[in-house]
Structure formats: structure tokens, C-alpha cells
Design a protein around this ligand. Structure first.
Ligand SMILES: Cc1ncc(COP(=O)(O)O)c(C=O)c1O
Length: 353
């Protein structure tokens, strides 16, 4: 069985929209896409009168190099949010094929499932009071039943902070073979000591990895993410994607953010954030009213408080905005605090203490 047999049957032969830019024409008088022949006076040299490349080649090649895969295994997306949505749409028949998540987790998996009317199957994380972990046996049992077509794992996980070992991912990937696509969201992997699971892509064609420039590369506003996976799966997702998903200015800025110099700067900043995260874990743990700080492999910390409402409001009064987690399952007393600059972190600690 091929991973493509897991794709919705009605989409298997679907080629998507044949945009003017997809046709491989060459020429110097472009009259094929009903564009304006002039650039706007507001155009800062991007040539925005023309539609952009559907998959900006230079950016795709650079991202492939950064993530250690060949370009045919990578699709550029509007943030990893778009990758999540496309995966659910490609693999889940509305009202039939389930999406498995392990809450508390990033909210977009459930949102995309809801939009596709894919039944949501929740296997709660286990909190042993020092860290959260996946209930691997329960997930395996549900995969075995055959009702879920997409399993979303996040490593490091938002908002709980733990990372998955290759052994855990391999175990679930084995179980999901011929049953479901296993999506590993690595939005925060640059902050983790465990590293990416991309080496498993060759072994498991039904494994898909999501990456993003939104976090470690400081490009959240540019909306650039990537799906890494089997070339056949990438082809299916491409056919579902909007005709021109990546705005030209975003592609150009993202490419610049991946220059050697900019990457060096990002690596230094990642190191600073990891140091700050360790320091914050210590200082938060010593503050009155803090019940527990979970260790984190991301650029944030999940913190339980005796009185989270009072803390949230006190921080707001000092102008410090953190993420309220109280509506999430198991997190009724928790706030998630992103790691900021050393000065921002000091301001937050002062407001708390
Ligand atoms: C785990 C996780 N995945 C994906 C995303 C979305 O990232 P992007 O900006 O690439 O769409 C987020 C954003 O916070 C996230 O926490």
C-alpha cells in the first residue's frame, strides 16, 4: 500500500487550478494573466504587477537546504497553519475520517478538523506532575481501530513544552503505517536539544513534518512555513493549495532572513532564548504563588499558579501580556509565558514578584 492510498479517493486524480504562472512559458511580452503591464508607484521593486511564483524556487531551495531535505520533499506554505489545513483536507473525508490530537495542544489542529467536518479524536496528554507526555498505548490503540486518517503530534509541544524522542515517533509511525498520515509539528524544534526527526522521512512515507520561519527565524509576519514529506504527498498538497500562496515580498524577505549572516544572528538569538528560558524556569519556580513550572524545549514556559486570574490581571496592569491557558483541558490554573528579551523577562519577573 502507498501513502497515496490514504489520500481522499475523490482527490487522487485532482490536478488543482492550472494558473498562468504554472504554465512553463518563456517570453518577454506577458499578456497571459490579465495583470497590469505597469508597476504601482507603491511597488518597492518587487514587480508586484505580476503574480508571484506559486513555489518561489530560490526560497524553496534554501528552505530545503536548511531543513536537510531535497526540494521535491518540501512545499512552501503560508505558515505551518496552511500546512495543517491542507493535510486535513487531503486525507480526511468530511464526516468520516478522524483527526487525532493529544490535548492540551496547539488549537489549529482542532480548528482545521472542524472546518473539514472531520471527527476529532482526543487522547489527553498525561501529566505526571513534573512533565507532560503522550499516552502512546492509547494512541496506538486508536490508530489500530482505523478510524483516524491524520494524527497530529507536536514536538516540542505547545503549550506544554515537552519534546518527543525519535523512538516515540518511530513507534507511532510504525503503528500508523497504511492507516494514517502522521504529522509532526516542529514549529519550536530550533529551541530543543532533541532536534528534528527529518531522518525518519525516508523510512516512513506517511510521516509529514511541519516547519516554520515564524518562531526561531523571527518571520511570523511574513507567513512562511514548510511541509516536508514524501514527494507524492507534496504533489497532492500542492494541488489543493491556493494558486499563488506566497506573496513575493514575503518570499524575498524570508530569503534574506536565511542569508548566512541572518542565520548566524538567529542561532545566537536562539542560544540567548534558551539561556533565558533556563533562567526564567529557576526564577519563576521561586516566586510565591507559583505552583509549578514545566520544563520546556520551546521558547515559552507553562506555569501553574495558585491564583492565575489575579496574576494575569497584575501582569496586564504592568503592561505584560501573557497567554491565558485557563480554558484548556487540564490547564485551569495555567498561563503560558513566551521567553522575551532579557529586559522583557526582567520586567515580567518584577511584575510577578
Ligand atoms: C505548535 C504550533 N504549530 C504551528 C503554529 C503556527 O505557526 P505559523 O506561524 O507557521 O503558521 C504555531 C503558532 O503558534 C504553533 O504553536
Amino acid at each position: 500500500m502507498s501513502v497515496l492510498d490514504l489520500v481522499r479517493e475523490d482527490l487522487r486524480a485532482f490536478a488543482g487550478y492550472a494558473s498562468a504562472r504554472r504554465e512553463k512559458a518563456t517570453g518577454h511580452v506577458w499578456l497571459n494573466a490579465n495583470e497590469s503591464p505597469w508597476t504601482s508607484s507603491a511597488d518597492a521593486g518587487h514587480g508586484l504587477n505580476r503574480y508571484p511564483e506559486p513555489q518561489p524556487q530560490a526560497l524553496r531551495a534554501r528552505l530545503a537546504e536548511l531543513y536537510g531535505v531535497s526540494a521535491e520533499r518540501l512545499m512552501v506554505t503560508r505558515g505551518s497553519d496552511e500546512g495543517i489545513d491542507l493535510l486535513v483536507r487531503a486525507f480526511c473525508r468530511a464526516g468520516i475520517d478522524g483527526v487525532l490530537i493529544a490535548p492540551p495542544c496547539f488549537g489549529m489542529y482542532a480548528v482545521s478538523a472542524r472546518v473539514q467536518n472531520a471527527p476529532l479524536v482526543e487522547v489527553p496528554l498525561i501529566d505526571d506532575e513534573t512533565r507532560f507526555s503522550l499516552d502512546l498505548t492509547a494512541i496506538e490503540d486508536i490508530i489500530e481501530l482505523g478510524d483516524v486518517r491524520a494524527v497530529f503530534l507536536c514536538s516540542p509541544a505547545n503549550p506544554t513544552g515537552q519534546a518527543l524522542s525519535l523512538k516515540e515517533i518511530r513507534r507511532l509511525a510504525k503503528k500508523a503505517t497504511d492507516r494514517a498520515v502522521l504529522v509532526l509539528d516542529e514549529a519550536y524544534v530550533e529551541f530543543s536539544s532533541i532536534g528534528s526527526a527529518r531522518a525518519l522521512l525516508d523510512e516512513f512515507p506517511h510521516l509529514v513534518i511541519l516547519r516554520t520561519l515564524s518562531k526561531a527565524y523571527a518571520m511570523a509576519g511574513a507567513r512562511i512555513g514548510a511541509v516536508l514529506g514524501d514527494p507524492g504527498v507534496i504533489g497532492v498538497l500542492r494541488s489543493l493549495q491556493a494558486p499563488y500562496p506566497v506573496p513575493a515580498p514575503s518570499a524575498a524577505i524570508a530569503l534574506a532572513a536565511l542569508s548566512d549572516a541572518a542565520q548566524k544572528e538567529s542561532r545566537e538569538r536562539i542560544a540567548t532564548l534558551v539561556r533565558e528560558r533556563r533562567a526564567l524556569l529557576k526564577s519563576l519556580s521561586g516566586i510565591d504563588g507559583v505552583r509549578r513550572v514545566y520544563p520546556s524545549e520551546g521558547n515559552f514556559l507553562l506555569v501553574r499558579f495558585d491564583d492565575p486570574t489575579a496574576v494575569f490581571e497584575r501582569l496586564l496592569k504592568s503592561g505584560v501580556v501573557v497567554r491565558d491557558m485557563r480554558a484548556m483541558p487540564q490547564l485551569g490554573d495555567a498561563l503560558r509565558i513566551s521567553v522575551g528579551t532579557p529586559e522583557e523577562n526582567a520586567t515580567m519577573i518584577k511584575a510577578l514578584a
